[in-house]
Each structure stands twice: as C-alpha cells, then as structure tokens.
Design a protein around this ligand. Structure first.
Ligand code: UDP
Ligand code: MG
Length: 317
C-alpha cells in the first residue's frame, strides 16, 4: 500500500463525507493505493455513525473510536500504530487541509527522500488572535529545536512509515512531531506550502490555552531531548554551582565575623547569611532532584531503545 492517512476527529460529522470522498477522488486519479484511518476522539455528535457508514461503503476507510476524548496527540498515536502504507500522512478532519496536496506530499517522501514533509499554511484563514501567537510559537520552536520550519503545528504532514513507528506522541506533543522525530534521528525534514481554507463546518477544538500549553510543552520537550536520559548532568551542575556559591558566602561571613568585623552585627542581620543559606539549600535540592531523576530514568524499561537504521553481516539469533 502506498499511503496511510491518519485523520483525528472530534465532533466533525458534517465534514467527514465530503473529506473522504475528496481523498478517494484524488488518490484514485493519481493511482495511489491508500487507507484512511479515521480516529474518533470521543465525539459527542454522530461522527462515529458517519465513520461506520463510510467504512461500509469504501473498504479503504477504516475507523477507531475512543471511549472518551483523549486529545489529538492520542488519536495520532493510536493511528500511527495501525498504519501499513509506505508513506503516512496526517490531516485534520475539518476540511481546512486540502486533499489536493496528497500526490505532491507523497512524492516528496517517496522520490525526493524526505523523512518528513510538513505543510506550511502560508496564507491562513484563521482569526488574528490565532495567527499572531502562532508566529511567536513557531519562532520559539525554531530557535529551540534548530529545525527551520515556518509552521510546526500544521495538521497536514507526510512521513516515511518508519518515522511514525519510531516515535511516540503523547499529551499535546502533536505540535512538536518534527522535533521528536529529529531527536529520533530523522533529520531530512522538508516543507511544502499548502492551501488552507476557512473551517467550513463546526468549530475549532482548541482555545487560547493552546498557546500556554504549547509553550510549556516546548520547555518539557527541549529539556527531555537534552537531559531526559541524563538528568544529573542538568541538576547536578546547577546544584553544584549553587552549593559552591553558598559555601563561599558562609566562609566569607564566618571569617568576617570571627576576625574582621568589630561592629558586632549579628550574623542573621547580614545579607550574606541569607544568600549563603538559600544557595546551599537550593543546591542540595537540585542535587537530590538530579539523583531522583537518574533513579527514575534507570527504572524506565525503554531507556535503552536505540533506533537502528541498517545492518550489515549481522546474524540475528
Ligand atoms: N481534534 C481531535 N481531538 C481533540 C481536538 C481536536 O481529534 O481533542 C481534531 C479535530 O477534530 C480536527 C483536528 O484535531 O480534525 C484539528 O483541530 P481544530 O481544527 O479544532 O484545530 P485548529 O484548526 O483550530 O488548529
Ligand atoms: Mg482546524
């Protein structure tokens, strides 16, 4: 099979028939064999009935229904477990992404050798309250990840199958799939300008909290990427520096009190005393956080999963 399309959906009953018909039309016209996996993320409207009906009419359309709403990342993750196509695409269900982009995005993976191709909604049809914070979000993600993409969170992306089988998307990390993939060693990341439309039916499922969560996730992900497997290198360094600063201050105020100071000021009335105290306590705390982090990561069964690219003359036992 050439292509698997994973489509997360939450209360999108009106869009689905149009979307799947359009996908089918484009794929058939371009001789692309495909499956479309619709993940119903706990919709409370009739989305799942619509999916069932569509899947009866067309065997290429498959569906999975969550018992409750887990979020877009969970839907993508479950979809990625199912895919069998050589190329995997993701697409929003609300008809904001155009299926007309499919052939080119498949070609860029199959023939041009990209691991990931991310859509870029260069001309967007979204309100200003969304487009301005999005610019900031993309800028920050570019700086932190070193990946030169203009539009990280575009729902329309294509991947080599191996990429989606190697990564895990959880929480709200769908915004950072290119970053996660880069850390897994897939560095050939391309971009394609894609058409974007106004939402035709239904309403957006993400409010302004997306930006707060998005930025918090950016910190988590860059921390995990750098220090997830060696937390002591982060906390230990800060802890040591803090403790050392505190220690120097206590030595200084100790010497000063014993030998130099003639005014008889109480230690507890001096600024240096509090700096020494706070710095040493924080330093020890940081060190402990580092040890705890190491113990947690040591108990993680996945700590030694290394992704292998190819093998030569290796005998599998
Ligand atoms: N979505 C989902 N689960 C959720 C929220 C959204 O599966 O909890 C789906 C939604 O149905 C759509 C896609 O994720 O197919 C993108 O959501 P939306 O269009 O609301 O986001 P926006 O375009 O406003 O960024
Ligand atoms: Mg949308």
């Amino acid at each position: 099979m050439d292509l698997s399309i994973v489509i997360p959906l939450f209360n999108e009953e009106e869009s689905l028939p149009e979307l799947t018909a359009w996908i089918d039309k484009v794929c058939v016209a371009n001789n692309i064999t495909y499956e479309a996996i619709l993940i119903d993320d706990g919709s409370s409207d009739n989305s799942w009935d619509v999916v069932m009906k569509l899947s009866k009419e067309n065997p290429n359309i498959k569906g999975i229904s969550f018992r409750r709403n887990y979020g877009k990342s969970a839907a993508l993750n479950v979809g990625f477990e199912q895919v069998v196509g050589d190329v995997v695409m993701t697409m929003d269900a609300d008809l904001q992404d155009s299926p007309e982009e499919i052939p080119e995005m498949v070609k860029m993976i199959k023939e041009d050798g990209f691991d990931i191709v991310s859509g870029w909604k260069k001309k967007r049809y979204d309100p200003l309250t969304k487009t301005i914070p999005t610019k900031l979000f993309n800028w920050a993600t570019r700086k932190m990840s070193g990946i030169e993409l203009n539009d990280f969170n575009c729902g329309l992306k294509s991947y080599k199958r191996q990429v989606v089988k190697s990564i895990e998307v959880y929480g709200e990390m769908h915004r950072y799939i290119p970053v996660i993939a880069k850390w897994a060693g897939f560095t050939k990341i391309g971009e394609k300008v894609v058409a974007h439309q106004e939402r035709k039916y239904g309403v957006t499922k993400f409010g302004l909290e997306r930006f707060v969560n998005g930025f918090l996730d950016l910190f988590s992900i860059s921390f995990l990427g750098k220090f997830g497997k060696r937390p002591m290198h982060f906390f230990g360094l800060i802890g040591t520096i803090m403790f050392f600063i505190g220690f120097l201050f206590s030595v200084w105020i100790g010497i000063d009190k014993l030998f130099l100071d003639k005014t008889g000021t109480l230690l507890a009335n001096r600024a240096g005393f509090f700096i020494a105290l706070a710095a040493m306590i924080i330093g020890v705390q940081m060190f402990l956080a580092g040890f705890l982090g190491e113990m947690i990561s040591r108990n993680n069964p996945k700590r030694n999963t290394y992704l292998i690219k190819e093998k030569a003359n290796i005998v599998e036992l």
